[in-house]
Write a protein that binds this ligand. Structure first.
Ligand code: HEM
Length: 130
């Protein structure tokens, strides 16, 4: 029962994460000040913290650990890449071209992580029949 709620928390925060990222990415392309507004940033950090806590809790409860279960290792490594490119897209990119390219790479990383989560394999494209 606890697992059920933790998993729902994970899925809710995952959905919010991508919604917030896409919204901020859109604001960035419009050069809007909203992208770095404090309430948005705090909401985003709180959401990401809950996402991580829920993920780690499920990993412990289901006894699947990164560097043991390849799909979880992949998730963590690609999560890191997602964070790096996400930061370049929203903040650190020196110009719009680099920011947009980084944003698209970050989005690809996110959807790859989701496909790895559903298929439980790093070769998720094979699992989905490609
Ligand atoms: C942006 C990052 C992440 C995304 C997009 C994501 C996405 C997902 C999705 C969609 C599922 C559901 C899979 C299903 O129902 O079959 C899932 C499950 C899971 N995630 Fe994540 N996740 C992320 C980060 C993490 C992290 C950092 C951890 C732990 C270190 C983690 C651990 C887990 C575990 C253990 C499950 C299995 C739940 C189960 O079905 O029993 N996730 N994730």
């Amino acid at each position: 029962m606890v697992y059920y709620w933790v998993k729902n928390l994970h899925l809710t925060t995952v959905t919010l994460n991508i919604c917030i990222f896409m919204l901020r990415f859109y604001w960035m392309t419009q050069r809007s000040g909203w992208v770095h507004k404090k309430p948005i940033r705090y909401f985003s950090v709180t959401n990401d913290t809950l996402l991580l806590i829920a993920g780690i809790t499920m990993a412990i409860m289901s006894q699947q650990y990164p560097f043991v279960a390849p799909w979880l290792t992949t998730k963590l490594v690609v999560l890191l890449i997602y964070i790096i490119f996400g930061t370049i897209a929203l903040k650190r990119g020196p110009n719009m071209r680099i920011r947009v390219i980084s944003g698209v790479i970050a989005l690809c990383c996110f959807f790859y992580i989701v496909s790895v989560a559903f298929s439980r394999t790093p070769y998720s494209w094979a699992y989905f029949g490609f």
